[in-house]
Design a binder for this molecule. Structure first.
Ligand code: SF4
Ligand code: SF4
Length: 94
């Protein structure tokens, strides 16, 4: 069975309403060569759907994660946790 990579971002630590706003940090985005992570606006918990000022980081392209852990090491909030699984490269080699 193929074990998928699991990436969790703790939004209570990194969020436009938390102590670190991802728009001011972006360190995880800069170090991730395969661009697994995405910073995006969200309407979740926001009172004004026409002015989505809430931003957060999420992992989108999990199969591209190499498990290098650079994002975990660079994050000043310890907001990222990763359980590496099979990479896209390994899947293609099977
Ligand atoms: S572990 Fe490496 S490849 Fe995976 S999301 Fe973090 S920086 Fe990107
Ligand atoms: S490095 Fe950490 S604190 Fe900075 S944007 Fe990424 S998840 Fe947020």
């Amino acid at each position: 069975m193929v074990r998928k990579t699991k990436i969790t971002i703790d939004h209570s630590k990194c969020h436009s309403g938390a102590s670190t706003d991802p728009r001011d940090c972006r360190k995880c985005l800069f170090v991730c060569d395969p661009a697994v992570l995405l910073m995006h606006p969200t309407l979740e918990d926001h009172p004004d759907p026409y002015n989505p000022e809430i931003w957060r980081i999420d992992a989108i392209w999990l199969s591209k994660c190499t498990g290098c852990m650079k994002c975990v090491q660079v994050c000043p909030e310890q907001a990222i946790s990763i359980i590496p699984g099979v990479t896209l490269h390994e899947m293609k080699a099977r």
